[in-house]
Design a protein around this ligand. Sequence first.
Ligand code: FCB
Length: 443
Amino acid sequence: MVDEDLIFPPEFCWGVATAAYQIEGAWDADGKGPSIWDTLAHRPGGFAGGATGDVACDHYHRLAEDLDLIGGLGVTSYRFSVSWPRVQPGGRGPWNPHGLEFYERLVDGLLLRGIQPTLTLYHWDHPQSLEDSGGWLSRDIAERFADYAEGVADRLGDRVARWITLNEPLSVLNAAMFGSSRVDGPLGRDGLQMAHNLMLAHGLAVRRLRSAGVRGEIGIALNLSGMTPAGGGPADLDAARCAEVHEDRLFLDPLFHGHFPLVAGRPVVAGEIIDAPIDFLGVNWYAPARVAASPAGLFGYTRTDLPGVPVNMLGWPVAPERFGALLTWLRQNYPALPPIHVTENGIPLPDGVNAPDTERIAYLSECLGQLSRAIKDGMDIRGYHVWSLMDNLEWDHGYAPRFGLVHVDFDTLVRTPKASYHWYREMIAAQRGRRKAGRPWRA
Ligand code: FCB
């Protein structure tokens, strides 16, 4: 099943990704403090199916087994996140030595297996105590985040290959603005203030990581879609432009143009902290968006189905062949981009431990085909991470949507590699074998 047309540069980085709250469990073990996700999960009517991350995949207690699963794939990078309240329970002040030791064991276990650690500092689970004092609406959290970044760097700065400050600031903001349960924020919160504080946290952390002398590269992971207007009329064209500003451009512009795009007619100047140079841009991509004008939408637009395109169990269009369009858009609109790492890409499917997993393999292969073409066309794309190593807690959607290359039985916590795991392993081996055999990567 290895596609002979897929040809990647010899030094291309092959990876899988996870996030702390979605896999670790051990929510109150060994001195960990509560995160906002613990609070959300424990509320009556919390997540779909009554799910919580209390146990999740119990990765915290099964680290050795999971390291072997990662090693068995032959990947060269593993993207994981540090749980802020596990290492600094109150979000300020004292550190939890057990938490730091856990991530040290993880990082050392990766290095022993020849795998580069790609560490995300913030994958949405900040300490509850910081939420109590204003969360992302308060500027103070940006300063606290920089301190936290420095604390992690003091411990792991000599061993981490890539640092990702924030994962998907847009999701954090959207969740707050749309009042979803992802972040406990009601409508009407000041979105721009929040966007600014998120980017300030990012910029301050970049500075702090640099002054701490970390050896790895530093970047951020943004979720991007690629917008298509539903029709050719001016209203839909405007809607698509508006969606681009509110979603795809919202964090790219301050990072690479030095200011936020105009939002609701208000320009916000970013200043030199937010656009501190970064070494790579992380791109999380799952689906494109088709946008129509709609007075009912918060910003006058809404997403609509792509005609003839099926949607997956989370309602996202299954259109991997559109990945290239987003990459081209990025290249055309941001000519001075740093190198790109795809930091997440995957598809949710229902349970089926013994299923052939063909849909996942087809989706991932098509995305890789798009990526390989973009590289041949001259884009500087250095790495790719499948979301996810294993089935896990899909936030408020619970455990039903399964993104893993490894199946997890959530009753027994037994892990079973799926067909897609074997497919990915063979694909990586073929690409790395090409390198060993010294074959040129350009066709
Ligand atoms: C992304 C998140 C990741 C996972 C995937 C499916 O938005 O970064 O944690 O939930 O979606």
